[in-house]
Write a protein that binds this ligand. Structure first.
Ligand code: HEC
Ligand code: HEC
Length: 457
């Protein structure tokens, strides 16, 4: 008799616990499956990246020289007209034969660090806060002048100028250093037909007001990742995403199809990049201790060495600012556009699959990629690993950039309050510095060891 009661009682407990389990839906990391990619030639990819005409419209060369001057650095050791053009622009031939200067990927995907140009390092000094030379007023003025004086130059520049006129004043971030590329993509999509890429003067879908800031991920991480972007939502053929800048000035999908034939090579180039090495001595003993702590506490998400688990981490676990991933659900029109567009069709198909959280990135070369998190809200690794040290309002000196090789990240000044566009304000929506509390349980000694290990990655 007693036995039966016990059995019934445990049965009840079992039923109760499965119920709790089902009603709460335990949040869990989600594996991103591998998508097949095109292979290519990395040398050709580099050449196309810094001299290629993936944008076929821009500023007429003579005007560019007037507005932007002559560059004497030639970091990329380019030849011909590009010798005197700063690395983040490329002189290209427009379809009508005129030479125009167009921005290239290195606007956002390169940075000068200790007097060297590091290709693939996200440009964390970029300024989207307004005051740029490529603004609607200047574009309208250039259009007028060109129309009246040089119809051929006008024809070559028109696709670029009309886009600058329509959208450049909707790209402003609140703070310097964060990037508005996701906003740029949304605006281009909103003005273009998904099948033909024809430009519409008026947006064909609703565009939210807010500009969500992001940092720029380092290119050398991509070779390990099965999904692109912080949200890990870029799936299928990566080359199709890499070429999306073409949407800035594209005339038709025949042009895109031609541009697309080069992006297997660009992907090969990006996948050939190695992270820069930490330039100072590392304490090997300490790094070894840190490595053990890293394997115990961090590697299950970030991977270690050649092993990388490719995991998306739900917001409930990582707890970092949610605005960026949420925008993919709150504004599904952009995801729908993409998944019904030219990009999702043809031999090489790409698609977007949003997730309620962020990818745990590989940490190769993490010492040089400050500021940290998807919104660049935390200036140093020390503060990533100790949430109490994260400054609420902080600034860095953009005229004289200084790196902190001890705390690992940007030297910064903490402020008592927000103000202006230089002080990073973590109170703003999308700019929050909370979450990722995984380093908080370490002692200061342990944390130092983990940081020492991170320098070696
Ligand atoms: C205006 C700035 C800007 C330009 C120009 C730009 N990108 Fe990006 N790129 C970004 C930002 C910001 C992200 C991250 C967006 C996100 O994840 O939400 C990104 C993401 C990427 C990624 C994904 C990396 C990863 O690990 O997920 C690749 C690869 C990439 N860009 C390649 C390119 C190439 C190639 C070009 C030129 C054809 C280019 N980008 C032009 C800003 C830019
Ligand atoms: C449960 C999974 C998980 C664990 C455990 C974890 N992380 Fe992370 N980590 C993430 C995710 C997800 C992000 C991206 C968060 C974001 O950008 O909003 C991240 C971001 C980071 C970044 C910033 C990278 C960058 O370039 O901005 C660093 C550094 C980092 N983690 C280090 C660590 C260390 C060290 C540990 C161990 C103490 C650790 N993480 C434990 C998931 C994890």
């Amino acid at each position: 008799m007693k036995k039966i009661i016990v059995l019934i009682a445990t049965g009840v407990v079992c039923v109760a616990s499965t119920k709790i389990f089902h009603s709460r839906e335990e949040p869990k990391p989600v594996y991103i499956p591998l998508s097949p990619q095109r292979s290519g030639d990395s040398a050709k990819g580099f050449n196309y990246l810094v001299t290629g005409d993936y944008l076929k419209s821009g500023i007429p060369l003579s005007y560019f020289k007037l507005a932007f001057g002559k560059s004497s650095t030639n970091y990329l050791q380019r030849e011909g007209l590009n010798q005197h053009i700063s690395y983040e622009y490329t002189a290209v031939k427009a379809p009508n034969g005129e030479i125009v200067v167009a921005p290239n990927c290195l606007q956002c995907h390169a940075q000068i660090f200790d007097n060297k140009l590091i290709i693939g390092l996200g440009n964390s000094t970029v300024d989207f806060t307004g005051g740029e030379k490529l603004n609607p007023q200047n574009a309208a003025m250039a259009e007028q002048v060109l129309k009246n004086t040089d119809p051929k130059k006008y024809e070559a520049a028109e696709p670029f100028l009309k886009v600058v006129k329509a959208i450049s004043n909707q790209l402003h971030t609140k703070i310097r250093g964060v990037n508005a590329a996701d906003r740029l993509a949304a605006l281009l999509v909103a003005h273009r037909d998904p099948q033909t890429f024809r430009w519409n003067e008026n947006a064909i879908m609703e565009i939210p007001d807010e500009v969500i800031p992001s940092d720029v991920p380092a290119w050398w991480l991509l070779k390990k990742k099965h999904g692109m972007f912080y949200n890990g939502f870029g799936r299928g053929d990566f080359g199709k995403f890499l070429m999306a800048s073409n949407l800035l000035t594209v005339n038709d999908t025949a042009e895109s199809a031609e541009v697309n034939t080069h992006f297997n090579n660009v992907l090969a180039y990006i996948n050939s990049l190695q992270p820069p090495k930490y330039p100072y001595p590392v304490n090997k003993e300490l790094a070894k201790k840190g490595g053990i702590l890293f394997v115990q506490n961090c590697a299950k998400c970030h991977g270690n060495g050649d092993e990388y688990p490719n995991l998306l981490i739900p917001e409930e676990i990582v707890k970092t600012d949610s605005l960026l991933y949420k925008s993919n659900y709150q504004n599904p029109q952009f995801v729908l556009w993409f998944n019904n567009s030219w990009f999702a069709q043809g031999e090489y198909k790409a698609r977007l699959e949003p997730f309620n959280g962020y990818i745990a990135p590989p940490l190769d070369g993490v010492w040089i990629t400050a500021p940290y998190f998807h919104n660049g809200s935390v200036p140093t690794l020390e503060a990533v690993l100790n949430s109490k040290l994260r400054p609420k309002y902080w600034s860095r000196d953009y005229d004289n950039l200084e790196y902190d090789y001890d705390k690992v990240g940007w030297k910064y000044t903490a402020h008592d309050s927000a103000g202006g566009t230089i002080i990073y304000n973590t109170d703003l929506p999308g700019y929050g510095n909370y979450g990722h509390y995984f380093g908080d349980m370490f002692t200061d000694k342990e944390r130092k060891a983990v940081i020492e290990y991170l320098k070696t990655l």
